[in-house]
Ligand binder design. Structure first.
Ligand code: A3P
Length: 295
């Protein structure tokens, strides 16, 4: 990573109308032709919706609730990121090809860009959605931290770009609605970050049921504990502190930043909130998908 050209990684270009990192788009064929396996479990999210949290929960389930087994590797190596690509590093596809089954796969792709193979193999997908305002704030701070993402500029400008979908992975609206509408066509478990905050045990039980696994009460409690924000913040196998500073600078804001529902209230001005709400109402008017902006 020494001579990494972060400037070139920051370029976003549209792919079928969705802005994505140029590196990903330039190598799209490999992703498009990805061969899923029937026992792959996919974790899909719009960025900052709780991907890492869900990844650790599902890996804990796969490890029968043994935190030591989860410490075998960093989260990005235990749950490879399908479309990931940085020159000189193994791509997500390459990493996955070398991973024995059963595999856990992470993606941020909107459903219309998903490789067909996942549907052909009838794979299970866990989708996590988080309210638009908290995602905006979390994504803003993430942009400040990750050198492979464009400089977000001031919050006001970033929020504007985000509302328009002029950010990596495009519009939050298209993403959450796109996956929501298809949730009954495939094996998709659609969950919410706010529900996980409210009652993690209840949501973990839903995941266990979906994965057709049974676990003793005390094992479930162990998973709840191990995947709490406080535990994960201090766990170097999930907090991304193993990523070099040149790529992710956690000196001013950390990956495990706040981990709450409703932090947007500390960042949106009254006027930003009014503009956002008005636009939100329009964009969400055609769907029965509902979010809680706080709990
Ligand atoms: P904040 O920036 O609001 O704190 P992703 O993994 O999709 O990139 O999402 C990162 C967000 O999830 C960050 O949100 C992070 O703090 C939060 N997060 C990570 N682990 C969590 C946990 N165990 N409980 C609650 N939130 C968590």
């Amino acid at each position: 990573l020494k001579n990494l050209d972060t400037a070139s990684l920051q370029l976003l270009v549209p792919l079928h109308g969705v802005l994505m990192g140029k590196e990903i788009v330039d190598n799209w064929e490999r992703v498009e032709q990805f061969q899923a396996r029937p026992d792959d479990v996919l974790i899909s999210t719009y960025p900052k919706a709780g991907t890492t949290w869900m990844s650790e929960i599902v890996d804990m389930i796969f490890c029968d609730g043994d935190p030591e087994k989860c410490r075998r590797e960093t989260i990005y190596n235990r749950v490879p990121y399908l479309e990931f690509r940085i020159p000189g590093e193994p791509s997500g596809v390459e990493q996955l090809e070398a991973t024995p089954s059963p595999r856990l796969v992470k993606t941020h792709l909107p459903i219309k860009l998903m490789p067909d193979s996942f549907w052909g193999k009838n794979c299970k997908v866990i989708y996590v959605a988080r309210n638009a305002k908290d995602v905006a704030v979390s994504y803003f701070f993430f942009h400040k931290m990750v050198k492979a993402l464009p400089d977000p500029g001031p919050w006001d400008k970033f929020l504007d770009d985000y509302i328009k979908g002029d950010v990596g992975y495009g519009s939050w609206y298209d993403h959450v609605i796109g996956w929501w509408e298809k949730r009954n066509d495939y094996r998709i478990l659609y969950l919410f970050y706010e529900d996980m905050k409210e009652d993690p045990k209840r949501e973990i039980r839903k995941i266990l049921h979906f994965l057709e696994k049974e676990m003793r009460e005390e094992v479930i409690d162990k998973i709840v504990h191990h995947t709490s924000f406080q535990e994960m913040k201090n766990n170097d196998m999930v907090n991304y502190k193993t990523i070099p500073n040149e790529l992710m600078d956690q000196s001013t804001t950390s990956f495990m930043r706040k981990g709450i529902a409703g932090d947007w209230k500390n960042h949106f001005t009254v006027s930003q909130n009014e503009i956002f709400d008005e636009d939100y109402k329009k964009k969400m008017s055609g769907t029965n998908l509902h979010f809680r902006m706080e709990i």
